[in-house]
Design a binder for this molecule. Sequence first.
Ligand SMILES: *Cc1c(COP(=O)(O)O)cnc(C)c1O
Length: 396
Amino acid sequence: MSELAIHGGNPVRTKLLPYGRQCLDEEDIRNVVEVLRSNWLTTGPKIQEFERAFAHVAGTREAVAVCNGTAALHAAMHALNIGPNDEVIVPAITFASSANAVIYQGGTPIFADVDADSLLLDPDSVISKVGPRSRAVVAVDYAGQPCSYDLLRDIARRFNLALVADACHALGAALGEKPVGSLADLSTFSLHPVKHITSGEGGVITTDNPALAERMRIFRNHGITLDHRQREAIGSYAYEMTDLGHNYRLTDFQCALAMSQLQKLPGFLRRRQEIAARYDAAFAGNECLRPLRTRADAFHAYHLYVILLELSRLSVNRDAIFGALRAEGIGVNVHYKPVYLHPYYQKRFDTRPGACPVAEKSFESMITLPLFPEMTSEDINDVVTAVEKVLGYYRR
Ligand SMILES: *Cc1c(COP(=O)(O)O)cnc(C)c1O
């Protein structure tokens, strides 16, 4: 076995392979430039065109475009009227903004544990966290796999909670025949460059409820009922601010990019699934790790490929493995540290280690491997070679 790069040996790659990146082509660029030459740079015709196309993909009546995925979560919390004294149940393992959005509204996020094999929100843990102030559940489709919406919908109905999907990992995923986007009362998406499709920054909320969609359209425009183009169309200067909102609008040239990228989503998903299948095959039978468990009736969008290290079979911890893989030129990552362990949460909500034991234990063994549509066959081989090299060295 060749010497590890971290010990001075030759790395598997000399140039770091990132864990994710955008996939743009000349057509995408042309579509953006076309809007840059038009009359509308923001709040123009591209927004509605994109919202309709996105709603079609999500299988919903409505889609509302906003300036990023965090704004999408904030708009969802606002549409549901989350406020002070309200609690919203959020999984411990997620990006911080799933929980931050609750706090923007003055509410309190309550963290529920995840399933040890899939890292998806554990429905039993949700039930154990429901209290008299609970108003909503945010389910995160971690890594691109839909949560158990069948069970979560029943729980939401039983306790009279709204169900929100933070589907930022799962554009294009489905559970049975039902696309992600249509599985909860409100579903949020991000158009950040590492996500399935990008507009640089961008976000979308999907829903079948037109009243909630209307509230979110007003919210993204300062709380004003008529936008710029609607006023021009009726020939009036007058508008009314009926609510306190934000400027969470997406520009038309970003929307042109999102629209162009949306056409390519099926191909992106196919490639992500192919790469995941290559990893699955390469790691089957490797006793030092296990990939996340997937459901047979789910169409997985594979935003991330996450492995859980079998630490009992290794002589070092996750951070050492992480450092060794980085030294080999593999841009591994970790998604995510339990949100309530961040200093802000510990200080503000007095959260403590021990609150969600499965999440904390999983955090110690998780590593995200590179996965993005433009990875080549050699890139995939490099990742597999580096993982086998490093785990083989530290195996005990
Ligand atoms: C990316 C992401 C967000 C936030 O999206 P931004 O567009 O970066 O604001 C929220 N939740 C999850 C789970 C995400 O992965």
